[in-house]
Write a protein that binds this ligand. Structure first.
Ligand SMILES: Nc1ncnc2c1ncn2[C@@H]1O[C@H](COP(=O)(O)OP(=O)(O)OP(=O)(O)O)[C@@H](O)[C@H]1O
Length: 857
């Protein structure tokens, strides 16, 4: 045991740190599946643009920026020349300077000019505010206008600030609806900065795309034509993604001129243990447990380390476990230098944690992704990622926090017991040889477009010549429908909002009202749960975890959107059981591949949470099951589905008894893998598989977007079907478990309790589908060409998918118009219980509770 005051080893390079972590393990029992070296990159400088104000240059030089890097100059020159630009260079590559230079120069040249800066997180907003305050001359008066800005300060910000730090939510709810009051600012906006633009994806991203279009429209009406500067360290095909986000051509600057220190990057998979879970499946040691051990080891090596985890609760428990390990080793002195960081801490607590980590007083911090974006903490010795953070973009963002000027750092990705993590641990090329996933947004989604057009019309009547900005023909079809539904009125001068008050549009949610969690005995509001997840997460009897504390739900009142809870720490957890029915509304695309057919289209999903199980903590043993009486919920969305005819099933050699389990297992694994190719999480997706679907008359596997109207994920899956299913098959086939486990075919959110599942059958079914794809000469757009990993390839495939989507949405809109404005959802009765002759549909439920994203406001 080391003595309490033992000196720490210092400044070990990444490969030596890794060797220290692995000391005592043999090659056979090493959890490391791959080691990758990221090379050092030298800096490329360029001269200051001639238009740089001398005092700005002096202030930057005083802060250590003696000469700008080449990409900063390239982006700044484009923006200065009036072109929309996206800076897509690495983490901590000085992207801020790329927009600060032209924007502060514009403010210096025109004492009336203003800048709107949009950030996806409060932490980043505050960080940027402080940075600009240090650079801007006094007349600029940078200020924040967000949910935390006191009412009395808001008027001041509107009247006096010339650099306004805000977010898309405030633009949507605060600025645009009150544009008359904001007119003196809006007519002077020279630049709109959209920082960390990859954060705007899926349904939220599609809404943000429209908020930016609305902003442009209103600015133009007041005579301003702002230049958009976007920034992201991790966005695939940045020009395409940024153009889609702002609705105008954007030029990308991607050549990174900043110096990069090298790193050793290890992939790590915790071993299988003796423990078993559902249906006796073997379980791996948890990623959190391994991360806590590694954090303690690294702290003991004197390495300043961040451990990224996937929930707030985990941040605290990993820090706690690491401290306990250090105390057990007699290093109480080091245990005091380990802490946790997450959203929900007071701002001053967070600032203090950031400061002490930067200063080296803290050596180890377990954090949620709250520390992922933009906060200028770099120069760390090591970063641990406990579980895949959901996107490759986030993985690189988090990994980028490690990196010291002189010595190479260490990054360790610790895989969780889940198909995607398992796949990545065994397919290094999927981490290191691949561009980040396409940032999928779909501004044509009728559930986004319609409400957004209402907002626009309520701000100022929409005119014919503005429709192009909102999607052209798709927007016109949506307007016709809104007029038919009485929400808008068509007049010779444009489309007018006909409703009362303002349209109430939530750009972050699906529209479902959030459910309040209230402590019954005190009436204290603990927090809220997303309305979509509420039935699964806070049904009566559910175990609910809030900031590390456990509560049991006494009653969920659906009408009042309120769950009453009491504190309790039982030895069990709860898992909701649900039933899902899916009916096909219309088919947008059909690809016949011999005995298999692939489709995309619109589906109606009806989901009902019908019961819950109590399961023993640790073992997962089912202790009891209780019925629930909750209403069914309905979702009209987009899906991709495969049908297999009799010949395909015969070739796969699955009999009637095996077929439901084979399809169900393939569906689970496919859902687990799709986030590899689209910026979504498995919790954004749902699925249904059945040996005989009434709408297709065949064995069917459906994967659908868990958001009303879809978010582009299903179409993305269809566009890259071959790569998606190849990776799915590899995940299932290479998993060392015998008959299915959480690393391959079990799903944490399966409404059927992961029953039935047939792992071997799934591989054979996927083989047949892949054979048919190959025989049909099917390629995933440009993505299966030799430049398979080229981000432009992904973009090309996406562009194709988008073209299909718009047409499909027009059809969906027409169809909805025929059905009447309110989407008529066909309720389908649940099929009978398992039976070889009439097997049930097995589903994966997107309504279940997702992991936490700590990024958002
Ligand atoms: N040309 C330069 N020369 C030296 N240092 C620079 C230069 N440009 C920026 N820096 C420094 O690099 C650090 C990172 O800059 P910045 O935070 O702008 O990077 P970023 O790309 O926005 O980071 P993130 O990926 O976290 O958003 C800062 O400390 C900044 O002062």
């Amino acid at each position: 045991m080391t003595s309490a005051a033992a000196p720490l080893p210092r400044d070990l390079p990444g490969d030596e740190l890794l060797a220290a972590l692995l000391a005592g393990t043999t090659d056979d029992d090493s959890p490391v599946t791959h080691v990758h070296r990221l090379p050092v990159r030298a800096a490329a400088h360029d001269g200051w643009p001639t238009w740089t104000p001398p005092d700005l240059r002096a202030r930057l030089t005083a802060r250590g920026v003696r000469e700008p890097w080449a990409h900063q100059v390239a982006a700044a020159e484009l923006a200065h020349a009036g072109q929309h630009v996206v800076v897509a260079t690495g983490t901590a590559s000085g992207k801020s300077l790329a927009y600060q230079l032209p924007a502060l120069a514009a403010l210096a040249a025109d004492p009336r000019a203003c800048v709107l800066y949009l950030a996806p997180t409060k932490a980043l907003a505050r960080d940027q505010l402080a940075a600009v305050a240090g650079l801007a001359p006094p007349g600029v008066r940078p200020a924040a206008y967000d949910g935390d800005t006191p009412q009395e300060e808001r008027d001041w910000v509107r009247r006096h600030a010339r650099w306004i730090v805000t977010n898309p939510d405030m633009v949507h709810r605060g600025i645009l609806p009150a544009h008359q009051r904001w007119s003196s600012t809006l007519r002077r906006v020279a630049y709109v900065v959209v920082d960390e633009c990859h954060a705007y994806r899926g349904v939220f991203g599609s809404h943000v795309g429209h908020v930016l279009r609305r902003l442009q429209r209103i600015c133009r009406r007041y005579g301003a034509d702002p230049v958009f500067v976007l920034a992201s360290a991790t966005v695939a095909d940045p020009a395409l993604a940024a153009s889609r986000l702002v609705g105008a051509p954007v030029t990308a600057v991607t050549e990174d001129g900043s110096p990069r220190p090298g790193a050793t990057f290890a992939l790590w998979e915790p071993p299988l243990t003796e423990r078993t879970g559902e249906h006796g499946a073997p379980l791996r040691r948890s990623a959190a447990a391994d991360a806590a051990g590694l954090l303690a080891d690294l702290v003991q090596q004197g390495a300043r380390t961040l451990a990224f985890v996937r929930s707030r609760r985990s941040a605290e428990s990993v820090a706690d476990q690491a401290r306990r390990i250090l105390v057990d080793r007699g290093r109480g002195d080091l245990a005091r230098r380990v802490d946790s960081y997450r959203g929900g801490y007071l701002p001053e607590e967070r600032r203090e944690l950031e400061r002490s980590l930067s200063a080296g007083e803290l050596l180890g911090v377990a954090t949620t992704n709250a520390l992922e974006l933009g906060i200028d903490i770099a120069g760390l010795d090591a970063v641990l990622l406990a579980g895949y953070p959901g996107t490759l973009a986030s993985l690189w963002q988090q990994a980028g926090r490690a990196g010291r000027a002189q010595r190479e750092s260490l990054v360790v990705f610790v895989a969780r017991d889940d198909p995607l993590d398992h796949y990545l641990a065994h397919h290094p090329q999927a981490v290191f040889g691949r561009a980040v996933e396409a940032t999928v947004t779909d501004p044509g989604n009728p559930y986004v477009l319609g409400p957004q057009l209402c907002c626009a019309a309520a701000e100022l009547p929409l005119t014919d010549d503005e429709l192009e900005l909102f999607g052209g023909p798709v927007a016109r079809a949506a307007l016709d429908e809104l007029v038919a539904a009485g929400q808008l009125r068509r007049r010779p001068t444009g489309w007018y909002w006909a409703g009362r008050g303002r349209p109430d549009v939530d750009i972050r949610g699906s529209g479902a009202e959030p459910v309040s969690i209230v402590e019954g005995s005190t009436g204290r509001l603990l927090g809220t749960v997303d309305g979509d997840a509420a039935h699964s997460a806070v049904h009566t009897g559910a175990l609910y975890v809030h900031r590390g504390e456990t509560y049991v739900v006494d009653e969920l009142d659906v009408e009042d959107a309120c769950a009453a809870v009491h504190p309790e720490s039982p030895e069990w957890t709860t898992v909701a059981r649900d039933v899902t029915d899916l009916s096909i509304v219309d088919v947008a695309t059909t690809r016949r591949l011999g005995t298999v057919t692939a489709h995309t289209g619109t589906v109606d999903v009806t989901n009902q949470v019908v019961a819950y199980q109590r399961r023993r903590l640790g073992t997962g043993e089912v202790l009891a099951e209780f019925p629930l009486d909750l209403p069914a919920r309905q979702l009209r969305t987009r899906a991709v589905w495969l049908t297999l005819d009799e010949r395909a099933i015969q070739r796969a050699e699955v009999d009637d008894r095996e077929l439901p389990g084979a399809l169900h297992a393939a569906e689970h694994a496919a859902i687990g893998i799709l986030p590899l190719l689209a910026t979504c999480d498995r919790w954004d997706l749902g699925g249904v598989s059945t040996a005989l679907h009434p709408d297709t008359g065949a064995a069917t596997i459906v994967v659908y977007d868990g958001h009303p109207g879809g978010a582009g994920f299903a179409e993305r899956g269809h566009a890259v079907l071959r790569r998606w299913l190849t990776a799915t098959r590899a995940t299932v086939a290479t998993c060392e478990c015998e008959s299915g486990c959480p690393s391959c075919v079990q799903s944490p959110k399966c409404g059927n309790g992961n029953d039935p599942l047939d792992k071997a059958g799934a591989v054979r079914v996927l083989d047949v589908v892949l054979d048919e794809l190959a025989a049909a000469g099917d390629v995933d757009g440009p993505a299966d060409t030799p430049e398979d990993d080229d981000p432009r390839g992904l973009g090309g495939a996406f562009a194709q998918a988008r073209a299909g989507t718009s047409a499909a949405h027009s059809r969906a809109l027409r169809r909805r118009a025929q059905l009447g404005a309110a989407p008529a959802v066909r309720a389908v009765r649940r099929r009978p219980q398992p039976d070889a002759a009439d097997p049930p549909a097995a589903e994966d439920d997107p309504f279940a509770e997702p992991p936490e994203d700590d990024l958002v406001f």
